[in-house]
Design a protein around this ligand. Structure first.
Ligand code: ZN
Length: 220
């Protein structure tokens, strides 16, 4: 009977909240990560970029077309539920780009508390938590954004480095000491934000930092 009720609840949830393809918003099977037509548009291989400070960053997609649309929905249209589908592809990219690497902790680029309240979620954390489940590596909040700054994409590229300085700090140095960290964000543009987070983590005593994002802006 309990099984029956559980199944019934699951079916009702599937009908009320069907899983959608993050790239075109068509309804897909709940175990799928994209529709067949969007999958055909997935580029291969992953894009590799280097953040400020030389930290490697992998991305499955360029920030354009259907991939840009998926990120926009994910961030601004309260489609936080896309994190599972987007993370599935993100994990493939991480495994492809860092095949020899073992990570002790998965973390994310933090948002200021005020902005989390406004959006209701930190999209980078949703992605990082899903990656943590797929990869079976613990997720930890290692950084906090304790100062508000201007939104990076509103600034010219040379202003971006100064804008992220001194806004992040490590929450618990004991937690990261000697650890190999994988940090997740949704997009990389100039690499200033991820580079600053990686620098703060390294200064805080971790062993290494690798980065992964869903989309990479290839030209800016
Ligand atoms: Zn699709």
């Amino acid at each position: 009977m309990t099984d029956f009720i559980h199944k019934l609840k699951e079916n009702i949830t599937d009908i009320l909240f069907p899983v959608r393809c993050p790239y075109c918003e068509k309804i897909i099977d709940k175990n799928e990560y994209a529709c067949e037509s969007c999958k055909k548009q997935f580029p291969a291989p992953s894009i590799t970029k280097y953040c400020v400070g030389g930290f490697p960053c992998t991305a499955p997609f360029p920030y354009e077309g259907i991939f840009k649309k998926a990120i926009t929905n994910f961030k601004f249209k309260n489609c936080g539920s896309y994190s599972k589908q987007l993370s599935f592809v993100l994990v493939q990219s991480i495994l492809e780009s860092f095949p020899e690497k073992t990570f002790d902790i998965i973390t994310c680029v933090p948002m200021h508390e005020k902005h989390i309240k406004k959006r209701g979620y930190n999209q980078a954390k949703l992605l990082a938590v899903e990656c943590s489940k797929f990869m079976n590596i613990p997720y930890e909040d290692t950084l906090e954004k304790f100062k508000e700054n201007k939104i990076q994409h509103t600034l010219k590229s040379k202003e971006r480095a100064a804008n992220v300085k001194g806004v992040y700090r490590v929450t618990d140095k004991k937690l990261i000491k000697g650890k190999r960290i994988l940090i997740i964000d949704d997009i990389i543009t100039t690499g200033n934000t991820l580079g600053e987070c990686a620098r703060v983590l390294m200064k805080g005593g971790c062993k290494s930092v690798n980065c992964a994002v869903v989309c990479a802006v290839t030209e800016f």
